[in-house]
Ligand binder design. Sequence first.
Ligand SMILES: *Cc1c(COP(=O)(O)O)cnc(C)c1O
Length: 465
Amino acid sequence: MNWDEYSDWGKYIAEWGANYHKTLADQPVRPETKPGDITAQLPASPPDNGEGMDAIMADFNAVVMPGMTHWQHPRFFAYFPANASPPSMLAEMLVNTVAAQCMLWQTSPAATEVEGVMIDWLRQALGLPEHFTGVIQDSASSATLSAVLTMRERSLKFTGNRDGLSGKGHLRIYCSDQVHTSIDRACWVAGIGQQNLVKIPTTGPHFGIDVAALKKAIADDKANGYIPAGIIAITGGTSIGACDTLGPVLQVAKQEDIYTHLDAAWAGSAMICPEFREAFWEGVEGFDSIVFNPHKWMGAQFDCSVQFLADSTPQLNTLKIEPEYLKTSGEAVTNYSEWTIPLGRRFRALKIWFLIRTYGLAELRERIRNHVHWANEVCEKIGAIEGFEITTDPILSLFSFRCPGDDDTQQRLTDAINKDGRIYLTQTLHENRKVIRLQVGQFDTTRDQVLMAADVIKDVWKEIQ
Ligand SMILES: *Cc1c(COP(=O)(O)O)cnc(C)c1O
């Protein structure tokens, strides 16, 4: 392909993208694809001779698109949002075009410096104090793994990487039973082990960690010769939006000199609205590490996960490695690959810059406020359907409910709703019962689209009686 053809197809695809978005609300959120449907339409072997873009694009439209779930659909209420706002998409086109590796300042000076400034813009936007710096990672899972490795090394006086872990004793990490599985997996691969991830029950209206039980678990562990290495708190759990009370958790951590990490992957974006900070963010300033995903609710195209660090030294002491071929001479600079596990890095800060400049924080806040407001409205409508029960009240824009009947009925209703195609949502387990969860957060959704969810649920419920 030559660059003139690239330019023509680039224009075609930009136009295709605009049409896709303009007509998305008329499509079902999920396709009716069955496992194997797409594979059956693809040639089993690669072509020997090249094909034209016409043929490739025709197959994309005929084979691929009918098998896609539409995450940008205004009636996507499942999981959490993965918003790709138009300015962030444009930034990604530029990043893909320049295709630089941003591992060192020298390999991408502008990308490094834009990243530093964007981290600081986001720090201010989320109401964090000035001492926080940070780094943009690919995912919250990677940021949490970096934090867990730092917990491990700090508690072993930075000897684990050198010596390996055998004979070092049992490290313990504490969290509530509402955390995301990325925390379990971080403990697996950091060599800490599932058994040493201590999950504490929750209490209160936001299902926060029981601080007295946390204190007791740490004291018991110390008495039994375990080494407390870290506490991981959560603001906005994936299942029903659980939020720890951060101040009291930190008090325990400071007393025991334990490293702390806060997972706010989803809910962090809502903290650009100052009115949510009192209920969900109080005490955040004392954490050692905080992760939030602008690629979820804020509108930055995947992937884009920000890890804030109160002091970057422990993480650098854990992850930094500097072979001769990566040394650069000259003045002291930030080399972000020393803060993370992968060496190669994309220029992820550009989409944050485009996003925040296009909308301004005021408009981004407005979107999130609307989502929270509409979630409360649709929750009320669903609660009013005969026999339906709201099982967890909205925490920000996420709530859960049950229809009359047993767990199998909840699953049957969820499946029937998703087969209907007008909306998409998923189930979870809460207090040992199956519940249906609904979150509002799609970037361009409207009040009508959100309220329609209650009508669809009511219709489908009638149909399956
Ligand atoms: C989505 C989510 C994660 C995982 O995020 P990735 O960026 O996909 O790794 C972790 N924690 C919470 C609370 C989440 O909502």
